[in-house]
Design a protein around this ligand. Sequence first.
Ligand code: C2E
Ligand code: CA
Ligand code: CA
Length: 760
Amino acid sequence: MVQVITHAARRRRTRQPADRSLRAVRVSAAVLASVYLLSLAAHGLGDDGVLAALAVGGKWLFIVGLTGLLVLRAVTVPEDRAVWLLFAAAVGSYTVGSLGYALTNGGPAPIIRPIWADLAFIAFHPLAAAALFRLLRSRMRRLTSSMWLDAVVTGLTAAAFASAFAIGAYLHTALRNALLVAVYPIADLLLLVFIAGALAVIGRGAGAAWWWLTAGTALFVVTDTVYAYQVAHGTYVIGGLLDVGWGLAFVCYGMAACQAPRPRTSVPLPGVRALVVPGLCAIGALVLLLRGYLEDGDPLAGGLAFTAVVAALARTALTFREVRALADSQHQARTDELTGLPNRRQVFETFRAADARMAAGGTAAVLVMDLDRFKEINDSLGHGVGDALLREVGPRLAGHLRSGDLLARLGGDEFVVLAADMDEDGALALAERLCATLARSFRLAGMALSVEASVGIAIGPRHSRHAEELLQMADLAMYAAKAGRSCAVVYDEERHGSGRYRLEAVAQLRRAITEGELVLHHQPKLSLQTGRVDGVEALVRWQHPERGLLFPDAFIELAESAGLMGPLTRRVLDAALAQRRAWADRGRELTVAVNVSPSNLVDEGFPDEVAGLLARHGVPATALVLEVTESLLMADRERAVRVLSALRETGVGISIDDYGTGYSSLAYLASLPVTELKLDRTFVSAMNDSDRSASIVTSTLQLAHALGLVFVAEGAEDRATVDALAALGCDVVQGYHLSRPLPAEQLERWLQARTATPVA
Ligand code: C2E
Ligand code: CA
Ligand code: CA
């Protein structure tokens, strides 16, 4: 709901300025329209001096004012400024023409054309066409060559139409001025057909401005055609009913200027040349038409030619639509809907070019980037925020790429960069820049969010000659980067390996779990109130037969992705409780903390398993603490809460691990059945050097106490930190200053030495 409101608010914000500046335009338009209607009314009411003066004055005020209105629109609304200036020039030019016409001839009979004012009249058309063209350009990012051709065809077709209806109709009347008069409807038709074509390209959502322009131009076509006809037959009367047509056409233009600007629409791609044939048809038809009418030839040729022109017109309209549909579908197929970035499909297309370049001796780097803990942002802040973040990531990253580099979204929160002619150093430097740019906070839904990312890098042709393989390798390296919590890792066959290597590693880990290659190291937790070590955290290690002692970052991720987290945790719990029992039997009552993973907490059978293990080892539930990271609590909330509650009911303690690295609020966490809060070591280790970290430690501690939670600080690496924590009232401290995690017997010796000479 929050996001919905924010979106609406944002929309309002962006709309407001245009609306406000349009207000002046709209008020002026209303005034001008009223002036024009009043002048019409005055004209209709009678011929006496005052009314006639009112009618004429109102008309001039209206047409001169309209030019001003269009200038006002251009000045007050920055969008489409050139469009409205061109329209203002067009209408202004028309006004000058009208003035010239009125000055040349005050009488009711039409004058013999051309006169100088015709130059100003006819200038209206190219200026209006230029304005329409700019308006179309502002709506479409690119016009295809076929659209140009379409424009030519439609122009020719329109000319044929005009000649059929206008030129042919009165050429034989031998009026010397008729040809020039006939130019106007032709030019109007050109404008109208251009607008029709533009509407076909823009499609639905063209906006009211286009429709007003269509109405205005259509009125021009009709009025000018009738005018030409009347002039040819000597029936035109100045100030007659026909003149209203021009006035209303201009009112429509004024209305168009009152409409809010619209954003650009999708990008059409270079399109078909399917219009050559209909174009030639149209030209042929036109030649026939002209010949048929000029020589007063047979009506059959004229009729056929006319039909051909109609067909060409229909074809043109259809092609406009087709080009657009084709362009849209091609564009959509290659871009990601959410971010507008190229998608997987386009990536694979680009890979073919990269392969060719590598075959020719070039190099290429593939960088796969995955945002860290994106799921958490989605889960805790909502998909709206998650989506907004993804949309902002693209432009940020793009700012650090060269023009030829490809940036695409592979899906989810995974992005890829394909950079030609880039070596390992270049790729590593780029990855660092990308990580750094994401670390700068994003403003989303009224809060500042920064994200960390992990990048995997593969370099061709060193790692592979095929971009697609490079992508897989970069992906594997990316997982290594994530596990190692580093920004970027370059692929290494030995360490990250191919699928074969991974399968082998999973088989080895499975064996390690069942054959007892997993061992525990224990790190003491010191209670600051009593000065005693009351508990330990059990941390898993893999005693690998060939590779030696491995730390969790080398295999936890693998266990998680291979579905081995259940067996692993069971194994660790079993060993930790067995150890706890052994210590108890020798008179040491320690609580043991065991880390559990997301997959454990979605397993509804987990609480029973824990209870079973406690019973088997004869360990009271209160001697066990399960450490759960925030991310895990956010992932599948409902189920996690059910499992946690069941665990808590057995009496087991629940600790929130790595607190502060996620995005959840403490208030939410406190509503869960938890007993302990473990502030992440990044804050603790920095608290004596950074005021910010120090104040985070202080405020979290106060909040934890207010919520009745035990406050644990992990990562205390020196005496000063332990002292500072003690002074603040911290309950429990853990860190290298006391001891690194140790095998059980070493820990026992450490504990013995400690009780002999207590230090803190
Ligand atoms: P964690 O739960 O935050 O464990 C604490 C880690 O911080 C341990 O690394 C420990 O050696 C290290 N540490 C302790 N004191 C200090 C200090 O003063 N300074 C610094 N820089 N580090 C300190 P370790 O053992 O490599 O474990 C890493 C992570 O692996 C653990 O983070 C935990 O998330 C995971 N993990 C370890 N054992 C298990 C396990 O049995 N099951 C599961 N699911 N995860 C485990
Ligand atoms: Ca832990
Ligand atoms: Ca931790």
